[in-house]
Ligand binder design. Structure first.
Ligand code: G3I
Length: 334
């Protein structure tokens, strides 16, 4: 009994959650997190990012990422690698170097191949968990290889990678990831691509051009950091358009925030919105799974980023289930 058990019964690979190392000392939290009937998949919110894994050039630290991978293995949960190449949370040596194309290509290849290679292993599958008794940790089934490459207007984001290498940085990263772990599904992950619009169109154009060039790409991560009352009505149509290109999709970072203070009406709307998003994934054959961007308001990233907003998760700050939890259940049953 639990969200993941229901998701699997209904034909999806998993329902999972983000988590982060500092939270793992909170036993009231981990009691819920560790139950693989509730959560069948974990995404490390921070500890596999570039600043965490390669703080100095060529010096890699995996201690915190390994802690999450170990936990997934212990719990019999899938693991999503997050992430390889992103404009944010980069160590200063990446952002402050004046790169030429050759140097940055080599830096990307070293980073991606070392991190993805570190976590590579025997592929797990949802009905054979855990499969990796010979490994100290769960290997990712999927990696967010490239994270958030687009601006909201559908142009490529200006960052150290794009400004130095143009779109080719995406191909460089995907090729390095495929070579390092041929069994992991390789994703590009972004936000504000839940509904149709210029940003989703840009993502679809990118996927088409990567496929035409023979570049390895398996999926598009639909982050889904949404606002109560504002779930795009075109979400199913949009996900169908993306999967029609020959890639899978996953809901990778779902939360639905509100302007505080919370009211009963907002909580009911939030319940309905969670149901809508989950039922949309259920209705799209190649939407493989759903991940909450942490399950409790106690550890949500939202309030520190959006002043005056919050309460975005299905469990409240006291780890009590909100109406949104029942919305997820209803969505999974649809
Ligand atoms: O590690 C430092 C710590 O040393 C310091 O004491 C502390 C003081 O504030 O900050 C710590 O770093 C924080 C880091 O999380 C680890 O806790 C950063 O300030 C904080 O900005 C960072 O936030 C993360 C955010 O990404 C950064 O962009 C959130 O936890 C994480 O949930 C969030 O996740 C992103 C996804 O990766 C990509 N999609 C959007 C999503 C939400 O922003």
């Amino acid at each position: 009994n639990g969200l993941n058990a229901l998701a699997k019964t209904q034909g999806k690979l998993y329902l999972g959650t983000a988590t982060d190392n500092p939270e793992l000392t909170d036993t009231a939290y981990t009691t819920i997190l560790d139950n693989n009937m509730m959560f069948g998949q974990l995404t490390p919110a921070n500890s596999m990012k570039w600043d965490a894994t390669e703080p100095e050039p060529g010096t890699f630290t995996f201690t915190e990422g390994d802690q999450i991978a170990d936990l997934a293995q212990t719990n019999g949960q899938l693991l999503r690698g997050h992430n390889c190449v992103w404009y944010n949370q980069l160590p200063s040596w990446v952002t402050s170097t004046t790169w030429n194309a050759t140097g940055l290509t080599a830096a990307i290849e070293r980073h991606v191949s070392t991190v993805v290679g570190h976590y590579k292993g025997i592929p797990s599958s949802s009905d054979q968990l855990p499969t990796q008794a010979n490994l100290p940790f769960q290997s990712p089934d999927a990696w967010d290889v490239v994270n958030e490459p687009f601006n909201d207007d559908g142009t490529f984001r200006s960052d150290v990678f794009y400004d130095t290498l143009g779109e080719s940085y995406i191909t460089i990263a995907l090729n390095a990831a495929r070579a390092a772990d041929p069994n992991a599904k390789l994703y590009i992950n972004d936000y504000n691509i839940e509904g149709t619009g210029v940003k989703s169109t840009a993502m679809q154009n990118l996927i088409q051009s990567l496929k035409a060039a023979g570049t390895p790409i398996d999926g598009v991560g639909i982050e889904s950091h949404l606002i109560v009352g504002e779930v795009p009505t075109t979400m199913q149509e949009n996900l169908e358009a993306i999967t029609a290109l020959g890639v899978e999709v996953a809901i990778t970072e779902l939360d639905i925030r509100m302007t505080l203070p919370e009211t009963a009406a907002l909580l009911e709307q939030q319940k309905s919105d969670y149901q809508t998003v989950i039922s949309t994934c259920m209705a799209v054959e190649k939407c493989v799974g759903m991940t909450l961007w942490d399950f409790t308001d106690k550890y949500s990233w939202v309030p520190s980023t959006f002043s005056g907003q919050g309460d975005a998760c299905p469990w409240d700050e006291n780890l009590v289930r909100k109406p949104a939890y029942d919305g997820i259940v209803a969505g999974l049953q649809s």
